[in-house]
Write a protein that binds this ligand. Structure first.
Ligand code: NAP
Length: 482
């Protein structure tokens, strides 16, 4: 294959229904993190491109030419078309994000569900009747609310789910009747552009879906600052997310950020299932999931058995090329991240942690799946988001102590607890300050229709089509005086 020939031919960025092959700053190469091969050439937008895209979106909102029935049709047809082309999308995800093909296929299938749930909700969501007549000033009045679109939505997405997290922003926005300007992550714009191509081909009127590609500090910043943007939906790191929220005081800013997800495995419990699930949940996409299982707290009684079950499974994970059907774990998104893994492991070991397996880089930026025991709470593998293939285990004697350790984090996305005791399960649900507490499940589980999001540094919203549509619409009160 010609090394200068990109693996994906893409038409450019989409502004006001037109494909623009190069941005204000020309084009940039997207290269595969695993082997550096050329995936695509994409436009590098600048502030003027962003301005045109946002103005086109604002104009689309004024034109109001995308009726709800058409939006339902487009969402349903997108789900069907995505299903048909899921293998094509999975290949794009695998190449640009180094997500192993089998995991990329799961993401593509999940994006189908995200569109299907948004379509179902688009058929259903409505305002409510208000009982105005229940007080004297309301006598003779009938009141109800309409759910009206909040305005132009700016969507900024991360590299690790380049299709489904774009779907979680674009599909509810279409359902809600909000025009979108999307800025995908610089490393992974291809899946997003393929999705926009599909939507455009299904007859979305011009201006309703715009995609601008380019850097976060330029394109992202211009989008956040634009006065015609009403709503920002951001998924990414806490540092970038809270920073942009501080700069956009007059806008509705919804953040889905990182975490250092804990898993408690108590006794008695189905620790064997917990161990086999952890071998996937801690290492899928090399741990680059916002709810990757990271900090594991094991009751003394089952700790040895759990590790005996977990460690061989971790050592058996197949490392390699994301495009290989058999690969379980591929490389991290950048070589700097691979080097960072080593630093964080070394720091933990120097502080007294025991390296049970892994701990070093393999070929092509892959870091060997790693399990550390007894890392002190102040080490970065415990208190920061690792976002790599490293899990820590810590033994405990008392369930309340495990709850305290699990809760001791600046993050709060999802927590998992394995226990056979219903009382402890309920206590965990009420004590742990997280967006979701999953009983007899790893914290890494997510269904696309659930309310998903975090507290503390992990964010300030819940995604999932029904919840995002509520956020992207506002209640408009109408009263009628008889
Ligand atoms: P990131 O570096 O924060 O980037 C996310 C997006 O923000 C990218 O599109 C990036 O553009 C853009 N960006 C960067 N600087 C910006 C700025 N100053 N203004 C506006 N936009 C800017 O995150 P990432 O490394 O792609 O993703 C990993 C993070 O996402 C992890 O922390 C993970 O936990 C989190 N995440 C959270 C969820 C959730 O639902 N809670 C889901 C997935 C991932 P460039 O790519 O051009 O830099």
């Amino acid at each position: 294959m010609d090394p200068d020939e990109p693996r994906f031919g893409i038409p450019g960025m989409l502004i006001n229904g037109e494909w623009i092959p190069a941005g204000e700053h020309g084009r940039a190469e997207v290269r595969a993190p695993y082997d550096g091969s050329l995936v695509a050439r994409v436009p590098v937008a600048g502030p003027r491109d962003v301005d045109r895209a946002v103005r086109a979106a604002a104009e689309a909102l004024r034109r109001d030419d995308f009726p709800r029935a058409d939006r339902v049709r487009v969402l349903e047809q997108t789900a069907a078309a995505l299903h048909e082309r899921r293998d094509h999308f999975a290949r794009a995800i695998a190449l640009e994000a180094a997500k192993p093909l089998k995991t990329a296929r799961v993401e593509a299938s999940r994006a189908v569900e995200t569109f299907a749930f948004a379509a179902a909700e688009a058929r259903r969501f409505a305002g409510e009747m208000i009982a105005l007549e229940a007080t004297p000033p309301g006598a003779g009045k009938t009141g109800f609310t309409l759910r009206v679109p909040v305005g132009v939505v700016a969507a900024i997405s991360p590299f690790n789910f380049p299709l489904n997290l774009v779907a979680h922003k674009v599909a509810p926005a279409i359902a809600a009747g909000c025009p979108v300007v999307l800025k995908p992550a610089s490393q992974t714009p291809v899946s997003a552009i393929l999705l926009a191509e599909l939507l455009n081909g299904l007859g979305v009127p011009s201006g309703w879906i715009n995609v601008v590609t380019g850097g976060g500090g330029t394109v992202g910043d211009a989008l956040v600052a634009h006065e015609d943007v009403a709503y920002i939906t951001f998924t990414g790191s806490a540092e970038v997310g809270w920073g942009l929220a501080a700069r956009a005081a007059r806008k509705k800013v919804r953040l889905e950020l990182g975490s250092a997800s804990p898993l408690i495995v108590d006794s008695p419990s189905d620790w064997r299932t917990a161990a086999s699930k952890t071998a996937v949940a801690g290492f899928a996409h090399a741990g680059q999931s916002c709810i990757s299982t990271q900090r594991i707290y094991l009751h003394h009684d089952i700790a040895d058995d759990f590790l005996e079950e977990l460690l061989p499974r971790v050592e058996d994970l197949r490392l390699g090329d994301p495009m290989d059907e058999h690969t379980d774990v591929s490389c991290l998104i950048t070589r700097d991240d691979t080097a960072r893994m080593r630093e964080w492991v070394d720091e933990a070991v120097a502080a007294g942690a025991k390296l049970l397996t892994g701990g070093e880089a393999a070929r092509n930026g892959i870091f060997r799946p790693t399990v550390l025991e007894g890392a002190p709470p102040h080490t970065r593998v415990q208190c920061e988001e690792v976002f790599g293939p490293i899990v820590t285990v810590t033994r405990y004697a008392d369930f309340d102590e495990a709850l305290r350790l699990a809760d001791d984090s600046r993050y709060g996305l999802q927590a998992g607890v394995f226990t056979a005791d219903l009382g402890k399960a309920l206590k965990a649900a009420k004590t742990l300050h997280f967006g979701g507490v999953l009983i007899n499940e790893v914290p890494t589980a997510r269904a696309d229709q659930q309310p998903y999001g975090g507290v503390r540094d992990s964010g300030n919203t819940r995604e999932g089509p029904a919840y995002a549509i509520q956020e992207m619409t506002e209640a408009l009160l109408v009263t009628l005086q008889a």
